[in-house]
Design a protein around this ligand. Sequence first.
Ligand code: ZN
Ligand code: ZN
Length: 241
Amino acid sequence: MELLLLGTGNAFTPHGRLWSGALLDGRLLLDCPATALARLREHGVDPGGIEGIVLSHAHFDHIAGLPFLLLEYRFRVPRDGPLAVACHPGTWGAVQRLIDLAYPGTFPPDLLEGLLLHQPDLTGTVAGIGFHRMPVHHTSHLPCCGYRLSCGGKTLAYTGDTGPGPELDALLDGADVALIEVGESRPVGGHCSPAIIRELAGRFDSTRFLLTHVHEDDGALGSLEDLSNVHLLSDGERVEL
Ligand SMILES: [Zn+2]
Ligand SMILES: [Zn+2]
C-alpha cells in the first residue's frame, strides 16, 4: 500500500510544509487539513475515489478541510454513498459544528447524512481497511486518538498529535510502520520532540518511523539522521508501506 503525504507541517505551517494529512492507498484520508482538496488535485487524485477518513482529533489543522470536501461532493463530484468518517464521538460533534459554521444551511441534516457516515466504533473497517482507534495523550480539552490500520499484512500506527506515554507505547506495540509527529526540541506537553522520537525509535527498533506534523526546524531534526528506522517526510512524498 502507498501513503501519499498531502502535507507534513504542524499548525504553524513551517516553510515548505502545509498542514499534515495523508492519503492511504488512494482511498483513505488520514485527517483532513484545510489544504487537502487542493493537494489531491495537485497530485491528480480524484476526490470522488476517496472512501473514508480517520480523524485523530478536532484541532483545526486536522479537520478544517472537511467543509471544502463536502462542497465538492455537494456541487461538483456527487457521491454514490456517504463518506465513512471514523472518529471519536466528541470529534464528530466538532465536525458537525464546523460544517454548520462554515456553510450555514448548505448541508441540512438529511443531506449531510447522505454525504458523511460517522463510524464511532473503536474497531471496524473504513474504506476496506481494518482499524483500531485508541486514545492518545495530547490535550485535555479534546478527545484525541491514534489508529492502528491493517495495510496489506502490515500494521500502520497513526498519530495526529500525541505526546509520549503508555497510550503511545500501546499504539506502537508491534507496529511495522508509524506515521508520527515530530515537534519542536523544547519539551511541549502532548507532543513528541526529536529527543522523544530518538528514544521511541530505539525502544521500538523494528518499527519504521515516518515523521510528519513537523515543527519549524530549530536544528534538532538533523540529530535523527543517523537512525536507520527513522525517515523525515516531505510534502508530496509517496511512501510504499
Ligand atoms: Zn492537535
Ligand atoms: Zn496538529
